[in-house]
Write a protein that binds this ligand. Structure first.
Ligand code: ATP
Ligand code: MG
Length: 333
C-alpha cells in the first residue's frame, strides 16, 4: 500500500490534478475526495430484483455491461503505446523516456516502488499532464493535445489512487454521470427533453444499474456515495469508469486498504472485466494480486522501465528484486 505523498509546487492529493469543470469533463469529475468514515447512516439495502427484475439474471447484466464499442486494434495488438515519454516537474524527471505497449485484451500490471512514476504515466495517458517529450498513441490516434473529456471519449477511463466520488450523490447517480460522457444529445435537446434525450437518459440509468450490479454494489444504488463502505466506494469508482464505455480501463491501486478476501474478489472482478472485452492497466503494490491477475508486467524505477514481461519472468528478474521486492520500504520511499 502506498504511503508516498509527493511535495512540489501544485502537488495535491493526486499531484495537483485539476478539475477544470467543463460539462463534458464530468465523467472525470472529482470534486470531493473525503475518505469515508464517521457519521455513517443506517444503510438502505435495495433488492435490485424488485426495481429492475431483469437484472436478477446475470446474463442480462453481462449483456448490458459488455463493451460493444468499435476497437481498431485486434486482440493482442497494441491498443496504447507510450513512446519515449518523459514528464518533468521543474527539475524533477518523474517519467524518463518510458516506452511500452498495452495490448488489446490483456491485463497489464504497472509496478514499481513509491514515487517510481506510475501515477504520472496514468496522468500522461489521460491528459492530466502533457508529456515534456515523447508521445502517447491510443487506438491509432495520438493523444497529443487532446483534452481530458476528448480522451474519455476516445475510450480511456481511470480510477484514482485516492477515491474521488460525488459524495453527496447516490451510487446510481455517480455512475449515471459516467454514462453521460457517451450521450449524443445536443444541449438544446437536453433542455427541451427531446425523445432522444429521454431515451438516452433511460438507457443511462439502465446501464448504470447493471454496472452497479456487476461490480457488486447494486444493493446500495440509492445510498449516498459517502455512506458506502470503503471497499464499496472503490468498486463504485470502477463502475463509474466503466460507464464511459472505455476500451481501456486504468486502475490506480484499486486494492489499497483491502483485506485478503476483498482482494480476491477484486481479482475476480478485474478478470471478469477483461473477459467482457475491456483492456486493463493495473497499478498495484500487492505482488500476489499482480502476479495472480496480470498477463504481463512493466516495472518502473526512478521513472524508467527496468523490466517488462510475463509475471514469472519479471518477478524473478534480479534487477526487479533489487529495486522493488528485495529492498525494504524505507529504503525506497
Ligand atoms: N504535480 C507534481 N509536482 C511535482 N512533483 C510531482 C508531481 N506529480 C508527481 N511528482 C513526483 O514525480 C515522482 C513520481 O510520482 P508518481 O506519483 O507518479 O509515483 P507513483 O509511482 O505513482 O508512486 P506511489 O506508488 O507512491 O503512488 C515523485 O517523485 C513525485 O513526487
Ligand atoms: Mg501512484
Amino acid at each position: 500500500m502506498s504511503t508516498h505523498e509527493p511535495g512540489g509546487v501544485g502537488a495535491g492529493a493526486e499531484h495537483g490534478e485539476e478539475f477544470r469543470g467543463t460539462e463534458q469533463d464530468v465523467a472525470e469529475a472529482t470534486p470531493e475526495k473525503d475518505l469515508p468514515g464517521g457519521g455513517v447512516e443506517e444503510p438502505v439495502v435495495v433488492d435490485v430484483a424488485d426495481v429492475h427484475p431483469e437484472l436478477a439474471d446475470p446474463e442480462v447484466v453481462a449483456e448490458k455491461v459488455a463493451s460493444d464499442r468499435e476497437v481498431h486494434a485486434a486482440v493482442g495488438e497494441p491498443l496504447l503505446r507510450m513512446e519515449d515519454v518523459t514528464v518533468q516537474f521543474g527539475g524533477l524527471t518523474a517519467v524518463d523516456g518510458v516506452t511500452f505497449d498495452i495490448r488489446r485484451g490483456e491485463i497489464l500490471g504497472l509496478i514499481g516502488p513509491n514515487g517510481a512514476g506510475k501515477t504520472t504515466c496514468f496522468n500522461a495517458m489521460t491528459g492530466v499532464y502533457r508529456p515534456t517529450s515523447g508521445s502517447v498513441v491510443f487506438d491509432g490516434e495520438p493523444v497529443g493535445r487532446k483534452k481530458r473529456f476528448q480522451i474519455t471519449q476516445m475510450g480511456i477511463a481511470r480510477t484514482f489512487q485516492n477515491i474521488r466520488l460525488f459524495n453527496e450523490m447516490t451510487a446510481l447517480e455517480n455512475v449515471v454521470v459516467g454514462t453521460d460522457a457517451r450521450h449524443r444529445t445536443s444541449v438544446p435537446g437536453a433542455v427541451f427533453r427531446t425523445p432522444r434525450h429521454r431515451r438516452e437518459e433511460r438507457e443511462g440509468i439502465d446501464r448504470a444499474m447493471a454496472l452497479l450490479e456487476f461490480v457488486g454494489v447494486g444493493g446500495r444504488a440509492t445510498d449516498k456515495a459517502r455512506n458506502l463502505s470503503y471497499g464499496d466506494q472503490r468498486r463504485l469508482e470502477i463502475a463509474r469508469a466503466l460507464a464511459t464505455e472505455p476500451k481501456l480501463l486504468c486502475l490506480d491501486e484499486p486494492a489499497a486498504g483491502f483485506n485478503p478476501a476483498e482482494k480476491e474478489a477484486l481479482m475476480d472482478l478485474i478478470r471478469q472485466i477483461r473477459d467482457d472485452g475491456y483492456t486493463v492497466l493495473l497499478i498495484e503494490h500487492d505482488m500476489k494480486l499482480v502476479r495472480g491477475v496480470t498477463d504481463r508486467i512493466v516495472v518502473l524505477e526512478f521513472g524508467k522501465v527496468i523490466a517488462q514481461g510475463t509475471p514469472d519472468a519479471v518477478t524473478s528478474d534480479p534487477a526487479v528484486i533489487a529495486a522493488y521486492l528485495g529492498v525494504p520500504d524505507d529504503a525506497t520511499a
